[in-house]
Design a protein around this ligand. Structure first.
Ligand code: PLP
Length: 394
């Protein structure tokens, strides 16, 4: 079988792909069809939060789908209800949850909630949503427009929906707000935009200003959520309780699931929103198991130890290769190293692959790390050894 040929003939070529054929995974280690192993510092872009081939998740999925995979949202779904309850508990403030299948879809739902809020709570219709430069909110027509990077707003796909304005910095939000502004949507750590965390005080100040003005704060935690930063929600690290939070990537440990959390629990009513697959037995059972594992890891102190150790390795590497690396950024296990230029970054990523360690690029010449939250010390050591070999060879 020639995987590359089949892929190129039959799969739409929308990704610049690496033609490796992974056959097996064990926590943060992947094995290809030639039994070469790779340390995975990407977890499939922040998805495989509890590692590859996680036995607890696999067993829970199997046990579930042996009986029921799907019945539709016309019926109550036990693991869905339990997952919503669990998310509410972990969030630490009273939110209701809607389940979608992806991050973009969760954000679409968040935008709908904001639009309904703007339509029903005020005498005049409010619909404008302010987002930030270098943000990323998804690939649907609305979420791509919400994404504050003009390179994504290709004329191929125009016209886009009205009502999205993006601004360069948090400070610019204040003067952009007008009487049609209903919400501000942002990531606390911009994942695709260079793994850049916003300043805590600046965010807190914004959150209280918005509250005072009755403008919703939507925090896109599709990447930062589910313990990626060390807390269930990065919003908690920032001491804010957003009106709406979206989750996806790490929530299902690899199964496609997204979630919208909102304190405006009564706003959407029957018929306002829906999803055929969203929150079915399979994905919610998987997510419940993922949250059990991660909650325990947090409680036992394992997650925090891993974060500290990874941070130490990152800083040591950046210090040693000052000629190529400018600074370390990010929070928790969502980390980056600013590389001197894009060309060097490209070389590091491809040479790392050859050496057997998977790393990612992010905007603004950033080498990005999103390892499984369960990565072991041994895997971290091996990964950094290989990364160093890659850098030495450039
Ligand atoms: C990945 C990502 C999305 C899009 O999620 P999909 O599941 O690919 O639709 C949205 N927002 C942020 C912050 C993301 O990192």
């Amino acid at each position: 079988m020639n995987l590359e040929n089949i892929d190129k003939n039959y799969v739409l070529q929308t990704y610049a792909r690496n033609y490796v054929n992974f056959k097996k995974g064990k926590n943060a280690t992947l094995f290809d069809d030639k039994a070469k192993d790779y340390i995975d510092f990407t977890s499939g872009i922040g998805v495989v939060s509890v590692g590859h081939g996680n036995k607890k998740v696999a067993d829970a999925i199997y046990k579930q789908v042996k009986h029921i995979t799907h019945v539709s949202n016309l019926f109550a779904i036990e693991p869905q209800a339990l997952l919503a309850q669990k998310i509410n508990q972990l969030a630490g403030y009273d939110v209701g949850v809607f389940f979608s299948n992806s991050g973009a879809e969760a954000n679409e739902g968040a935008l709908k909630i904001a639009r309904k809020y703007g339509r029903t709570k005020f005498a005049n219709k409010k619909y404008k949503i302010i987002t930030l430069e270098h943000s990323f909110h998804g690939r649907t027509i609305a979420t791509v427009k919400a994404t504050g990077q003009t390179k994504f707003h290709s004329d191929f796909f125009a016209p886009y929906p009205d009502g999205f304005v993006f601004v360069p910095t948090i400070k610019d939000i204040y003067e952009t707000i007008d009487d049609e502004t209903v919400a501000v949507m942002l990531e606390l750590i911009q994942g695709e935009g260079g793994v850049s965390p916003f300043n805590k005080e600046e965010i807190q100040e914004l959150a209280s200003y918005l509250k005072e003005k009755d403008i919703l704060l939507i925090v896109d935690e599709v990447q930062t959520g589910v313990f990626r930063s060390g807390e269930f929600l990065t919003s908690k690290l920032y001491n804010i309780e957003p009106d709406i939070v979206t989750l996806a990537k790490g929530l299902g440990g690899g199964v496609p699931i997204g979630a919208i959390l909102t304190k405006h629990k009564e706003l959407l009513t029957a018929g306002d929103h829906g999803s055929t697959f969203g929150g079915n037995y399979l994905v919610t059972r998987a997510a419940l198991t993922v949250l059990d594992i991660l909650e325990k890891s947090k409680k036992d102190g394992d997650l925090d130890k891993t974060i500290v150790y990874f941070d130490k390795k990152l800083k040591a590497l950046a210090k040693k290769y000052k000629d190529k690396m400018e600074f370390v950024t990010g929070i928790g296990l969502m980390r980056g190293i600013k590389i001197v230029d894009d060309e060097t970054l490209g070389k590091i990523v491809s040479q790392s692959f050859n050496e057997g360690v998977l790393v990612l690029k992010s905007g603004r010449s950033t080498l990005r790390f999103l390892p499984p939250l369960t990565i072991t010390k041994k895997e971290i050591n091996k990964g950094f050894e290989r990364l160093e070999n890659a850098i030495k060879n450039i």
